[in-house]
Design a protein around this ligand. Sequence first.
Ligand SMILES: [Zn+2]
Length: 272
Amino acid sequence: MPEGHTIHRYARDQTQLLAGRALRVSSPQGRFADDADRVDGATLESVMGYGKHLFYEWSTGEVGHVHLGLFGKYRVQETDRSPEPIGAVRMRLQTEPDDSRDTYVTVDLSGPTACSIDPPSVRAEILARLGPDPIRRGSKPDRMIARVTRSSRGIGDLLMDQSIVCGVGNVYRAEALFVTGIHPLRPGTDCDVAELEALWATVQGMLRQGVKHGRIITVSREDLGVAPNVRIPRGEATYAYKRDRCLRCGDEIRRIEIANRTCYYCPTDQPF
Ligand SMILES: [Zn+2]
């Protein structure tokens, strides 16, 4: 499942490509056809990312909602003619050639868990169920900290709960806990406010870096011993996640199942 940085990149890229234009909206596969009809020909005002959700604001006042789930993916094409859909395309957003461009821009979505056009109240209900999203400007950790310090669940479990904090997936969970030196099984009630503020700042920094680079890099170049202009290889971009040995101390990385996903941690840098 994509982590929050990927969702925010989709929102940014699709806003750049499509916002401010009247779009053809369709459902080649058919399952989104009735919803598509309601906004077909309307102007897309913006695309907003929040945690793992995307919201499309339409000039009709309605709001499109997409959650990619495990299998959802986008295909973006710029072509001379309207391309044939590939696979089961649930939603197609398409510009037509006009004075500013002589190509079709097509965004195809297939395999999402959720894809609908709703009144704005539905977005409000979804947002009310979600914790703060650290990528969003002005987001604050207060609600996350209040929930965590009252819970006896382990912090590695709480971090993946989207109602507590949004956008953290399995890689960022392992890496943020490593950097802040917190054992993933430590109960929320045993975490103090200063630690959780540091954890929030770490998660925020990592996710925002992810939006900027379009990939997950959580290690510092000094720790890795890599010069500023050299690309950090895949598999070297983390401290603990999917490593056999800790990048910092060389101890053996441990693996445990938390919230149905394998969590990686260093027993030396993250004592219980
Ligand atoms: Zn270590």
